[in-house]
Design a protein. Sequence first.
Length: 132
Amino acid sequence: MKSQQSGFTLIELIAVIVILGILAATALPKFVDMSGAAAQAAVDGVAGELSSGASMNYANAVAINAGVVTGATKVTVAKCSDAASLLQGAALPSGYSFSGTDTAVATLGATASCQITGKNSKTSTFQVIGVP
C-alpha cells in the first residue's frame, strides 16, 4: 500500500511568511504614530468643551439679562483663562494650560480666540465669549 502525504512545501510556507512580512511592514507605521493623533484629539476635545461651555454661559447670561430666567447664575468670563471655570470642577484637566495671550473680553458678547496646550505640547484654538 502506498500512502499519500499531504501538506505544504517549504517554498509555499516561505512565500506566505514573505507576504505577511510585507503586509506588516506597510501597516505598522500607520499604527506607530497613533499616540500623537490621540494627544491632538484630546486637546481638541478640551478646546471644544471650553468653546461649548462659553456659548452656553453666554446664552444663559442673555436670558438672565432679558428676564427670561430667574434664579439662574452666570459665570463671569472676562479673559481666556476664565473659561476654565466653565468646566466641571472649574479647572482644566491636569497637564493642560492656556497658552499665548490671555485676551480680555470685557463686554457681553465680545469674542476672543484663545489657545490651549495639552500633553505632548499639542495645541488647539477655541472661542470664548465675554460675560461680565
